[in-house]
Design a protein. Structure first.
Length: 118
């Protein structure tokens, strides 16, 4: 991925409402969602949502497909994976083990279990 494209995609996500819309569409999966559902779930007005959808589409992070009289918006998973791959390319100087998630210690697991008990 070219740096300019990465910057454009990151810029599109660098706004709370657009990030929420994108995350909602990622959670919706390949079925996507129509604007009315997105607006209702995120409490956004139609014109505000339209503005954010346009910015995300322009960055290539979502796609819009006509579905009868409506439009279904879906996350562009390939674009998302490409951005994540770009951000993590050569992570930790090639020492992949250093980038692995840290597993909780036994003490942390026990503490977590105790704090969730009634």
């Amino acid at each position: 991925m070219k740096p300019d494209l990465a910057v454009a995609r990151l810029s599109a996500l660098a706004q709370p409402s657009r990030l929420a819309v994108f995350r909602f569409l990622v959670q919706a999966g390949p079925d996507g969602a129509c604007p009315a559902d997105i607006a209702a779930r995120l409490d956004l007005g139609a014109s505000t949502l339209s503005f954010h959808l346009k910015a995300l589409a322009h960055a290539g992070l979502i796609v819009a497909e006509p579905a009868g009289r409506s439009i279904v918006y879906r996350a562009a998973f390939d674009a998302m994976r490409g951005l994540v791959d770009y951000l993590t390319e050569n992570c930790c100087g090639g020492a992949a083990a250093a980038c692995a998630p840290r597993l909780p210690t036994r003490r942390e697991r026990l503490s977590s279990m105790q704090s969730t008990r009634p």
